[in-house]
Design a protein around this ligand. Structure first.
Ligand SMILES: [Zn+2]
Length: 178
């Protein structure tokens, strides 16, 4: 997959669903108000794949669909259009979700002590969990010891700060543009 310069709408489609989404996204940009069938023939993808992709993008508000009557055949079809102005908002929401997850994880790491046998393949346990298994690793039977999660917490903290900084920058650019 080779993308040198690409519209952010196509890029986000690619992140969501890979090559098939990229083809559908490009077809949407190339012909506004295309139907499922037109997109299928432009991309060479199966009609069901095209529809699944369109419904997903529609569900994420990245495209709109207008129901119109096909004059030749008499039945209703949908004409689809990319909502390129929704891309920034979509990316922001995704970042917001990731940030919330990271914050919850950091709170969890801050609030708990963790115990482990020290082997990388064995899981780690909270203090409460470690008590229940008598500080013995159920996988290898070694004694569980308190592990220092300072480095991990530092890494989460760094990532969170970096994301907040990035998101603030993005908002500033949008505010100037608006
Ligand atoms: Zn173990």
């Amino acid at each position: 997959m080779k993308i040198e310069y690409e519209d952010s709408f196509v890029k986000i489609a690619g992140l969501l669903g890979g090559e098939e989404y990229i083809r559908v996204a490009r077809a949407l940009l190339n012909s506004e108000n295309a139907t499922d069938e037109e997109i299928a023939s432009a991309t060479g993808l199966k009609i069901n794949t095209v529809r699944r992709t369109l419904y997903d993008l529609f569900g994420k508000s990245l495209i709109t669909g207008v129901r119109v009557r096909d004059l030749k055949r008499g039945w209703f079809v949908y004409r689809w259009r990319a909502q390129r102005d929704q891309v920034d908002g979509f990316i922001f929401t995704q970042k917001r979700k990731t940030l919330d997850r990271l914050k919850r994880r950091l709170t969890f790491e801050d609030a708990n002590e963790f115990y482990s046998c020290g082997k990388p393949e064995c899981p780690k346990y909270t203090f409460e969990e470690a008590i229940e298994i008598f500080f013995k690793c159920p996988d290898c039977n070694e004694t569980l010891k308190l592990i220092d999660n300072g480095f991990l917490r530092e890494a989460f903290r760094w990532k969170i700060e970096q994301m907040i900084e990035e998101m603030n920058k993005k908002t500033t650019i949008n505010d100037v543009a608006a």
